[in-house]
Write a protein that binds this ligand. Structure first.
Ligand code: IPE
Ligand code: IPE
Ligand code: MG
Length: 247
C-alpha cells in the first residue's frame, strides 16, 4: 500500500505496517461546537458523522479491529440535556446501523456496561450484535458506558468467584486469563490508539490492553477529523519502532 511509503520497520503483528487493532478516543465535539457558538450537542451530531465516515474507511483499508470510545462511565456527569442529546444520537445511529453496516460487512460489538442504558437502547445494541455476528469483515467495538477500571473490576470479580468455587486455582491467574475476562476477550490488544483534540491522556480507555500500544495524539477536533488524518496517524504508526521492552 502506497500509504506506508518505502520505510521498512517490523511494526504491527507479524511485522505488518498496518495496525490490526486501532482504538480511537473520539474527543473534541464540545470544543468544535463552542468555536462556532453552537450548543455542545451540535458538536456531537457532527462527531457522529465523522464516526460513520472513519469506520467505513478503516474497514475499506483492511483494519481488522476498530474500537471507538463513544461514552465513558464518567460521561454521565455531564449536564442532563447533553447526556439526553447523546442518547438520542445513539438511538438514531443504532436504528440505522442495523441495515447500514450490512453492505460494509462490519461486525458490531458493544463494550461497556449495557445495564446503564434504557431498555430500548439495550435492545437495539443486542439487535446490532445479533444481525452482524456472522459477517466476516472488520470488528467494530463501540465503547459505550465503558470504563477500563470498571472492566478490570468485573474481571477481578469473575476470577475471584471462580477461585472461591474451586474452578480455578491462584496459579491459573495469568495475563491471558485476565485478558479473557475483559470485554475485548479473544481480540488482539490495540496496536495504535489515536486521540484527536490534542489531549494527552487516556481517560479510562483500555488500560490493560494498551500496555504496549502506540499513541498518536492529533491536534484536530473529532468533527474535523478526515480520512487524510487517519492516513497521517497510520503513517506515524508505521514509522514507530515497537520494542516491547526488548532492544
Ligand atoms: C467527545 O467530545 C464526545 C464524548 C465524550 C461523548 P467531548 O464532548 O468530550 O468534547 P470536548 O472534549 O468537550 O471538546
Ligand atoms: C473521553 O473523553 C471519553 C470519550 C471520548 C467518549 P472525555 O472528554 O470524557 O475525557 P476527559 O474528561 O477530557 O478526560
Ligand atoms: Mg472531551
Amino acid at each position: 500500500m502506497a500509504l506506508f511509503g518505502s520505510k521498512k520497520t517490523e511494526n504491527g503483528p507479524e511485522g505488518s505496517l498496518l495496525p490490526a487493532h486501532v482504538g480511537i478516543i473520539m474527543d473534541g465535539n464540545g470544543r468544535w461546537a463552542k468555536k462556532r457558538g453552537l450548543p455542545r450537542k451540535a458538536g456531537h451530531v457532527e462527531g457522529a458523522k465523522t464516526f460513520r465516515k472513519i469506520t467505513r474507511y478503516c474497514s475499506e483499508i483492511g483494519i481488522k479491529y476498530l474500537t471507538v470510545y463513544a461514552f465513558s462511565t464518567e460521561n454521565w456527569k455531564r449536564p442532563a440535556d447533553e447526556v439526553g442529546a447523546l442518547m438520542k444520537l445513539f438511538k438514531s445511529y443504532l436504528e440505522e446501523a442495523i441495515t447500514d453496516f450490512k453492505d460494509d460487512d462490519i461486525v458490531v460489538r458493544f463494550i461497556g456496561d449495557k445495564s446503564g442504558f434504557s431498555r430500548e437502547l439495550r435492545e437495539l445494541m443486542d439487535e446490532n450484535e445479533e444481525c452482524s455476528r456472522d459477517r466476516e469483515g472488520m470488528v467494530l467495538n463501540i465503547a459505550m458506558n465503558y470504563g477500563s477500571r470498571d472492566e478490570i473490576i468485573r474481571a477481578v470479580k469473575t476470577i475471584s468467584r471462580k477461585v472461591r468455587d474451586g474452578e480455578l486455582s491462584e496459579d491459573d491467574i495469568t495475563e491471558a486469563l485476565i485478558s479473557d475476562c475483559l470485554y475485548t476477550a479473544g481480540q488482539p490488544d490495540p496496536d495504535l490508539i489515536i486521540r484527536p483534540s490534542g489531549e494527552y491522556r487516556i481517560s479510562n480507555f483500555m488500560l490493560w490492553q494498551s500496555a504496549y500500544t502506540e499513541f498518536v495524539i492529533m491536534n484536530k477536533l473529532w468533527p474535523d477529523f478526515k480520512t487524510s488524518d487517519m492516513d497521517e496517524a497510520l503513517r506515524v504508526y508505521a514509522q514507530r519502532n515497537r520494542r516491547y521492552g526488548g532492544v
